[in-house]
Every structure is written in C-alpha cells, then in structure tokens.
Design a protein around this ligand. Structure first.
Ligand SMILES: [Zn+2]
Length: 398
C-alpha cells in the first residue's frame, strides 16, 4: 500500500507524444491543435506540435499512439469519510476505483456518512479540520481529495467561520443536510463563509436519506450558495419549473450529479444551453450514497449528456474538467502551461459502434481508459473498470 499513498509531484521531465486528439477542458476551445505535451516537475511546461517543442532530456516518454488526452476528470460532489473507505456501503478502495474511472480530483460536499457524526458546533469544526488534514496528507492512488467540508448547524457564529478558514477549511458541506434548513439562516452563514474564502454548496431537492430534508427553489435562491448542488436532485428533483427558475435567477454553478434524476439532469443542461450559460454546468457523482459508489459515474454523465442531450462530446468533457476547475478555483482541469499535469488517456472502447472516441461518446458509449497521470506521475495504466480501450498508451523511462 506504500505506493498508493505516495504524494507530491514528479521531478524531472515527461513528454507525452503522438496525441491524436487533445481535449482542452475549455468550452471556448474544447479541442487544441497540438500533438505533444511537455511536463516539468509535475506541471505543464509546453503544449504544441512535436517539431516546435523541446522534448529532449525527458525522463519519461509516453506514446499515446494517436489516441486522446484529456485533463483529469473532476468529481464536484463526493461524500468521503476517512481513508479509502466508505461506511455508507461498507466499501474499501472506492477512491482508487474512481481513479480507474479517470477522476483525478474530488470535492467533498460534506463528510456526512461518518457514523455518529457530531452535530454540536465544536464537533462540526473538529471533524472538518480533521478531514481536511487527513485527505491533504493521504492521497489514494494520487487522487486529490479536497475534503473537510463542515455541514452547518444552528448556533454557528461568524467567529466559527473565521476560525475554520484560518485552520485551512475551504469548503462548506451541503447546506441543508444539517440543522440549518431555512433560507435566511443559510444566507447568513453562507455569507460569513464567503467572507472568509470558504466556498459553499447547497443541497437541492427532496431529502436524500432519512434525516435530511426538502430544499426548494426559494431556499436555494435566498441562501445564494456558490454551487446549486445536485440541481437534478439527490435523488428527488424539484419540479422542472423550479429548476428552470434556478438556472435563470441564480447565477451560481449548476451542478448535475449521477445519483440524481436523469430527466431533470437533461432539463437543467438544456436550460443552461438555452441561456447560453453552459460554462456554469459542472458534474459530480454525489457518491458514496444510498445508490452506491460509481467509479465510472463522471464518464457515464459525459456520455449521457452528450448522447441524450445532443452536446458534442468534446463540450461534455468540459463540464467535468475546465468548468469545474474554474468554478472551484483549482490549478488543474485545463490543458494550460503552468497547471498541474493531470491527464487521462482515452480511446473508444473495443467494439463500440462509434468510429472514434468522440463519436462513441456521442452515441452513448463510455470510452476506454488507458492511462491516468497526476502531477506528472503515471498512476494507472489500462483501467480495471472501464470497458477496454482499443489502444492504450505506452510509457518508457530513461
Ligand atoms: Zn444532497
């Protein structure tokens, strides 16, 4: 297990060559005209055509063999607890399974499944700080887990948010999963969080499990959290007219999750498109949850939104990469010089009817994954979870 716990970036140079299709993560320009990426010390150092880049002196060379490189996928909505274990479904190594589904960064929407989760203010703060510290120091398979997301409870005061921020907490768990369920109370605490640089997400829709409650559009609008968490419900969605209203009136991120209502997911995405605001759409799994753990959940969302929602596949990939990275202020998710070298190598799955990876996704198939790189280090080869990619990348060390 020592290897799975390795942290930090690679030193030295890596060259990724023979890229057939380079997805950028940027909705404005989802496909880049480049076949080579040079990585130095875990960061993207150059992107372009092989003949115009200095690829000499590379310690590691990755031959992509004409297939696809995309930014590592980001799951905007997970519920980790401690380690690579989830008590919700008593499952081990779920984070490593997501790595094999192309996810390189996860954002906690609250460590809500901890058995006996504290509800008193001191306990809420202690848990958040502990989770932030623990996942900062422990990266299963290299996965970046941004955790330590306190679920706000009645009685919290401004000083609590100041203290959390000073301790390194950067996220609030889903507003509405704790004792704070009214718009005015939520608005006050979300405002304090924002004041100290803590980003917030609100639960949207019916209760997810016994103990949580309904959060309707009026509460979401009044609370004004940074992310309209699972706008398609987790699982129970609001009526579609309320979802439209949220897309139109709340200018925050529109988060669509795997463990939600799929009809509502398509409706939210189409409404964002009508508004010309697809850049607000971000994706999560909302897992582990009652419906389990979905290692391929982000790839499945991309295929579902592209095929049933008629979105070009290269745009759907942006929902799970650049859109989320910008919204969450991450240093990854886009193919840009200076950002973290987090990549996935993809190809169409064997025997997909699509002629290439993008067409296969457009037809509703999920792609095969051949390699995951995080911070310039190869973290897995051919995925143990996706259908097999037709072609996988090969690496050579010098
Ligand atoms: Zn929720």
């Amino acid at each position: 297990m020592a290897e799975a716990q390795s942290t930090g970036g690679a030193s030295g140079k890596m060259v990724i060559r023979n890229i057939g299709l380079l997805l950028s993560g940027d909705l404005e320009r989802p496909i880049l005209d480049a076949d080579t990426i040079v990585v130095d010390n875990g960061r993207i150092a150059a992107v372009g055509k092989a003949k115009s880049l200095d690829a000499s002196g590379a310690k590691v060379e990755v031959d992509v063999k004409g297939t696809v490189i995309a930014p590592g996928l980001i799951d905007s909505h997970v519920h980790p607890v401690f380690g690579d274990w989830t008590p919700r479904q008593s499952q081990l190594n779920w984070i490593d399974s997501f790595l094999n589904g192309g996810v390189t960064t996860m954002i906690s929407a609250g460590e809500v499944h901890l058995p006996g989760r504290p509800r008193d203010v001191l306990g809420v703060k202690a848990l958040a700080i502990t989770a932030q510290r623990a996942f900062d120091a422990f990266r299963p398979g290299g996965m970046k887990v941004h955790a330590g997301a306190p679920v706000i409870e009645k009685g919290m005061v401004e000083e609590d948010f100041k203290e959390l921020a000073a301790a390194g907490v950067k996220l609030l768990g889903e507003v509405g999963l704790g004792g704070v369920k009214t718009g005015d109370e939520a608005k006050r605490m979300v405002g304090w969080a924002r004041k100290y640089g803590i980003q917030s997400t609100i639960h949207t829709g019916g209760p997810s499990i016994p103990g949580s409650g309904l959060i309707d559009k009026d509460v979401v609008l009044e609370a004004d959290a940074d992310v309209i968490g699972h706008i398609n419900g987790g699982h129970t969605a609001l009526p579609l007219d309320q979802i439209r209203c949220l897309c139109e009136q709340c200018k925050r991120a529109i988060e669509i999750v795997h463990n939600g209502n799929e009809k509502a997911a398509l409706f939210a995405m189409r409404t964002a498109r009508e508004l010309g605001e697809l850049n607000r759409v971000i994706l999560g799994t909302d897992s582990p949850a009652g419906s389990g753990v979905q290692p391929l959940g982000i790839l499945r969302m991309i295929a579902m939104l592209s095929s049933l929602g008629d979105v070009p596949a290269e745009q759907a990939f942006c929902f799970a990469t650049g859109n989320t990275a910008r919204m969450r202020k991450l240093d990854s998710g886009l193919i840009e010089v200076g950002l973290a070298a987090d990549f996935v190598q993809l190809d169409k799955a064997q025997h997909s009817a699509g002629k290439d990876m993008l067409e296969s996704v457009r037809m509703g198939d999920i792609p095969g994954l051949g390699m995951v790189i995080i911070d310039g280090q190869i973290r897995c080869g051919r995925s143990r979870n996706t259908p097999p990619a037709e072609t996988v990348a090969e690496a050579k060390s010098h």
